[in-house]
Design a protein around this ligand. Sequence first.
Ligand SMILES: [Zn+2]
Length: 206
Amino acid sequence: MYAINHAATALLIKKNKPELPLWPLLIAVQLVEILWVIFNYLGIEHYTVLAGHLHLDFLPYSHSIFSGVLLAAMSYLIIAKGYGNRKLAIAFAIGVLSHIAIDLIFHEHDIRLSPFAYYPVWGLGIIKYPLVNFILELFYGIGCWWYFRGNKRLLAVIIIFNLADLPAMFASGDMLNPLQYYRFLLPTFILIQMLLTWYFVWRYAR
Ligand SMILES: [Zn+2]
């Protein structure tokens, strides 16, 4: 799932716990992706471009069921015990888990049970059908906005960022070659999307 709709997930949590600040929730829903960006920069995880198609492929440390649960548990302990905020700790842990749960629906077969074994591995693979992917993500994002009862500007942010993802969703063929040769391109693209969607969702959800 693309950055804007992960960010929109934070709105669902915020609606249920309005007393919590939004910004930690926005970080929570993307914590797994932050690790993915770092691990790709370091060469610990990698994607491949094969026959004109992008495959996220090797992301067992950031995106596995085990690491998602571990990250959620660690976040819970740090926030609940370290900062004494049990309510935020629970909400944050749910945010972390939401990322893996949603990616399981959209990713190809690349989300492993454990970072230490190739199998079992899951992913419903909606990403392989760009139009279906786009429609589902757009409706999901708008659904989060509707549940949150956001303003029109927030709706515009969600729709515009979803539309901006269209070229990436449909990208194929030799156009993807630069991603293969310049390994920093994709993680940087994702990082910029994350930063922008954090800012705009945070700003217009207040
Ligand atoms: Zn992800």
